[in-house]
Design a protein around this ligand. Sequence first.
Ligand code: HEC
Ligand code: HEC
Length: 319
Amino acid sequence: MKKTLKIFGIVITSIIVLLGIVFVYIGMSDIPSYEVQKIEFEVKSTPESIERGKNLTMMLCANCHLNKETGKLTGKKLLEAPTEFGDIYSQNITQDKKYGIGEWTNGELLYLFRTGIKRNGQYSPPYMAKLPNMADEDINAIISFLKSDNPMVVEDSTPDTPPAPSFLTKLLCRIAFKPFPMPTEKIALPDTNNKVELGKYLAYNLECFSCHSSDFKTNNFLEPELSKGYFAGGNKPLDEEGRVKFTPNLTPDKETGIGNWSKDDFVNAVKYGIKKGENALTNPMTPYTQLSDQEAEAIFAYLQTIPPIKNKVERSVYN
Ligand code: HEC
Ligand code: HEC
């Protein structure tokens, strides 16, 4: 009996020591790196692609990368990132060669957006957006804009601060968060005459589903429809002051979702933050003024086709 206890003690102590070593190792090491596939991506820049890219960037990237002091995409501290992830700073993505993306090739940018792997091989955790389902043509548009002479993206040497990810982030990057696979084929734009298809494409790629489903942790970015509580709301993004803001249910359920909304109610809410008889929608539901009416209506048409889910979400109100 004594002997078994002794062996048991030794085993437990060894496990604790080993775990200790693993924890110290993870704490001291960086986020893991992966091999970078060399990708050729020819960007065709036209006035139309730059304009389209500007709209997409304003809707998808500016929230995090636009710095109000410089008026450019020079990055900033992300107050809306949960503090348990560490101190997170978005980066300077102007054309500056040192701090920005002046030295990045189009292929390196595409590879980062698709997989989450940066040009130095390091994986970028979920606090940086990924574009696994976006059409090549739309990524072409975003890069045309980032490399255009628009004042928001021209060279600006404002230094950026690298993120200081927490132990939890580093641990999750070893066991849970992994890069997405690089698509082997081009991804085509949806048929813009098919409202529901266009709406689905936008609901996926503008990341509406990401905030409006149950929880960031159970979202499926590769196949958004498989996310838990798809569009039934209840997720808890933080606003600019780091406070939880519950997301509403956007499924066609008549009582708890938007089953009784008209197309115009929806367009007004999404594009301008206007809600009939109620206070305006507030951060992090930033008005999508860059969406055309046709696009906003398409998202509405798509949301009417998804399964209704009963889930009552109370609006978070702060004074
Ligand atoms: C939720 C906030 C967020 C959004 C949205 C976001 N980013 Fe980022 N981005 C970050 C953070 C944080 C980093 C730093 C990540 C790291 O160091 O791993 C980053 C890093 C980058 C980098 C790498 C820069 C470098 O020097 O390493 C590029 C390029 C980039 N973002 C472009 C974009 C574009 C284009 C979009 C829109 C399609 C976008 N980001 C949307 C937060 C965001
Ligand atoms: C960063 C997270 C986030 C993203 C991304 C997001 N939303 Fe929201 N949305 C919210 C929050 C939070 C609210 C509630 C705001 C409030 O209570 O003031 C909201 C409110 C709404 C409402 C009002 C619903 C109601 O019942 O009041 C609609 C409609 C809506 N969002 C549609 C969209 C669409 C369409 C997209 C994509 C183009 C989108 N949202 C992207 C967080 C988000």
